[in-house]
Design a binder for this molecule. Structure first.
Ligand SMILES: N[C@@H](CCC(=O)N[C@@H](CS)C(=O)NCC(=O)O)C(=O)O
Length: 289
């Protein structure tokens, strides 16, 4: 397995992080409120410092462009650390819609990896990135090779991205100060009451898919992956982090499950989670002020 050496952000990205534009940070649609944009830039700038331990001056072949307040990014950041992959992180805050970034990634999304051998040089979509890296490095512990077991991990991830995540985004993005995706009531000029209704409906809808992860995918096992967290578990735990911003009451099993993942993965989980939690604490303190 490759070394666990995480290097500092590249210079241009660090510069971009210091100068957030809102435009670049948004997943879609309207710009995030200035305060949120500023806040998001803070933890990013602070924690994108070199993570010591750099053993050689050689740049790792694998680079990850990421945004620190995002759970889509947190998933890959946790995985890369937990898997001990030699990689360098670049903070892409304020940078994703620059001509240089868009030339490499016309979808202007993070997380994005650059790795030798990829047909277009880059890869985005958190789950696809984790699948690729697990395949490439033979990380069966995180992504089983046996077709039937692998299918369950894939099913859990697709179900998460297609069903649970849209509810989570609709419920939490307004509080996070993130723009809603186009077509969402929250993205439109509908009356604020209508937006609140949509947010509340999404909040209410979360419980059902959440329970499916527990009763169907975990099925009495500590994790979807069995005794060790799989990439689907990392993706699920990271997603649930966002719910703290709306003080969503997680069922007891989910709290225990998240704690178990954090315990098992240690710093690999805690460090990227700290960036998301720091951002949430900041937006909550702003909302109170
Ligand atoms: N489904 C994608 C979602 C990626 C995504 O929405 N990324 C956002 C941050 S959460 C982004 O990079 N937005 C920047 C932009 O659109 O300019 C994944 O899981 O990777």
């Amino acid at each position: 397995m490759a070394k666990t050496v995480t290097k500092s952000a590249k210079k241009p990205a660090a510069k971009a992080a210091a100068k957030p534009t809102g435009k670049a940070a948004k997943p879609a649609g309207k710009a995030a409120p200035k305060a949120a944009v500023k806040a998001a830039a803070k933890p990013a700038a602070k924690t994108s410092a070199p993570q010591a331990k750099a053993k050689s001056a050689k740049k790792p072949a694998l680079t990850l462009s990421m945004l620190k307040p995002s759970v889509n990014n947190m998933s890959v950041r946790v995985f890369a650390r937990a898997a001990g992959l030699d990689h360098a992180e670049t903070d892409a805050w304020g940078h994703t819609r620059s001509p240089e970034y868009m030339a490499r990634n016309p979808a202007h999304l993070t997380p994005m990896i650059e790795d030798k051998g990829l047909p277009r040089g880059v890869l985005w979509e958190s789950c696809a990135i984790m699948q690729y890296l697990a395949n490439k490095h033979g990380l069966e512990k995180f992504y089983p090779k046996a077709p039937a077991k692998r299918a369950m991990v894939d099913s859990a991830m697709f179900y998460l991205m297609a069903t649970l995540y849209p509810y989570v985004a609709r419920a939490t993005y307004p509080a996070l100060g993130f723009p809603q995706y186009a077509g969402e009531v929250g993205h439109s000029d509908a009356h604020p009451d209508k937006k609140s209704e949509a947010q509340k409906a999404a909040m209410d809808a979360i419980a059902e898919p959440l329970e499916v992860f527990h009763s169907f995918f975990r099925d009495g096992k500590p994790f979807i992956g069995g005794r060790h967290p799989s990439i689907a578990d990392i993706r699920l735990a990271a997603t649930l982090e966002f719910l703290a911003v709306i003080d969503y009451t997680l069922p007891k099993w989910a709290k225990e499950y998240m704690a178990a993942i954090e315990k098992k993965l240690g710093k690999a989980y805690a460090e990227p989670a700290g960036d998301v939690r720091g951002y949430i604490a900041h937006v909550k303190s702003q909302a109170k002020a």
